[in-house]
Design a protein around this ligand. Structure first.
Ligand code: ACO
Length: 402
């Protein structure tokens, strides 16, 4: 790759690969995907084993440091994170500046970017201790920021973190609890959310992770780079798809629940009409995460005693799609976003929080990639080339002659 790059630049040629469909931007030892076979592994461990046997905090450690932690390493990691869950009091006031009806994603990314202003002693990407401190701070504070983004949107008071709880339990309490009122975390909800975070924790060079790497390649600090990733995640073709799926299912239900007409519009490629939560750049087989999420959706709705017409509509859409030539020829299968929203909804999250939940899960992956890039001495600043299609040269035209 390096030799080809050198040859091309010496001869004045470039490769063109819009959307980076077939271009590797980096080497990486973090996550392996075989899209044809529907395989996903973090640091060599299959996703189904991690989802069943591990915890989100353990998987975060695995992604960032490369190995599963020993008992003492895990305890130390957990304790360090628990010590950093508070937000600076001034940063809490930062949330007051946003309109009540703001979407929580820009609130999240703005507050994460603002960490660079409040924690200036951990910004140097070349100082390993500062990188470690900003890593711990991010893992600890993102759930607090996410809960505050939610509280802001519903006009309820913020809760301070309770560090006797796990990261996920603490997030649930800060999101749904009230000050001075006891809040019992439902262990079934905490376990399911923890597992969903594991499924979202990394996915190699996707749009948001590539953004984190690109921003970081200029030696921008970790907080700022992650803030860029959160913004990339918000788009409906990426993490924003989980919200878009629920809105699509709601629309179908409001129209009487008939999926046939909707599928016709998808296949006719009506502008803006896609089967959201379907298709993937890399998976040309069933997304292994979607298979786990689908099973969990059934289980959690049943355990929580929730019935949801939208789950039936979603299953109906999947059944139609998987036996339809349009989807078969294009190898379109449900992706991780197709069923997650139904679980989040059963847990009580509003639709607009869904992509925030994705960001909470993806954080350790973003950090692992930023650290991998930052610690590699051969990393160059990311700077793609272009094929210029504009005017060659023309003389300036004065205002009177335009
Ligand atoms: N519904 C209908 N048709 C689709 C869909 C879909 N969801 N996805 C792809 N197609 C069609 C395309 O129109 C195209 O058809 P064509 O060959 O006749 O032109 C063909 O399948 C190939 O699709 P591309 O758009 O070229 O695939 P690409 O790799 O660029 O896009 C993407 C992948 C963005 C995920 C796409 O499948 C999509 O938009 N899906 C819906 C949004 C979504 O669910 N995103 C979440 C992705 S997972 C994640 O980020 C967590």
């Amino acid at each position: 790759g390096v030799a080809l790059g050198k040859f091309l630049s010496e001869t004045g040629m470039t490769t063109f690969d819009g959307g980076f469909v077939n271009t590797s931007s980096t080497k990486s030892a973090i996550t392996y995907i075989d899209g044809e076979a529907g395989i996903l592994r973090y640091r060599g461990y299959p996703i189904d084993q991690l989802a069943e046997k591990s915890t989100f905090i353990e998987v975060s450690y695995l992604l960032i440091y490369g190995e599963l932690p020993s008992a003492s390493q895990l305890e130390e990691f957990t304790t360090r994170i628990q010590r950093h869950t508070l937000l600076h009091e001034d940063l809490k006031r930062f949330f007051d500046g946003f309109p009540r009806n703001a979407h929580p994603m820009p609130v999240l990314s703005s507050a994460v970017n603002a960490l660079s202003a409040y924690y200036q002693d951990s910004l140097d990407p070349k100082d390993p201790e500062q990188v470690e401190l900003s890593t711990i701070r991010l893992l600890a504070k993102l759930p607090t920021i996410a809960a505050y983004a939610y509280k802001k949107s519903v006009g309820q008071p913020f809760l301070y973190p309770d560090n006797s709880l796990s990261l996920v339990e603490n997030f649930l309490r800060m999101t749904f609890g009230f000050p001075a009122e006891p809040y019992e975390v439902d262990p079934r909800v905490a376990k399911a959310l923890d597992m969903l975070f594991i499924l979202h924790a990394d996915h190699e060079q996707n749009c948001s992770t590539s953004t984190v790497r690109l921003v970081g390649s200029s030696q921008a600090n970790l907080f700022t780079s992650i803030s860029g990733g959160i913004n990339a995640l918000w788009g409906p073709l990426h993490g924003g798809a989980n919200q878009a799926v629920l809105e699509m299912l709601d629309d179908i239900k409001a129209g009487g629940g008939d999926t046939t007409d909707f599928m016709k519009r998808v296949k006719n490629k009506e502008p803006g009409v896609k089967l959201m939560g379907f298709g993937h750049r890399v998976y040309k087989n069933y997304d292994p995460r979607a298979a786990i999420v689908k099973k969990t959706a059934d289980q959690i709705l049943e355990t929580l005693g929730v019935t949801d017409d939208l789950l039936d509509i979603a299953k109906g859409l999947e059944e139609v799609a998987l036996s339809d030539d349009y989807f078969i020829e294009r190898k379109l299968y449900p992706n991780v976003d197709f069923y997650t929203g139904l679980i989040y909804r059963a847990m009580g999250f509003p639709t607009r929080m869904f992509t925030v939940l994705f960001a909470l899960g993806r954080l350790p992956g973003w950090i692992a990639h930023w650290q991998e890039m930052n610690s590699d001495p051969t990393t160059k600043i990311g700077r793609p080339r272009q094929i210029y299609t504009g005017y060659t040269e023309r003389d300036f035209v004065g205002m009177g002659d335009r």
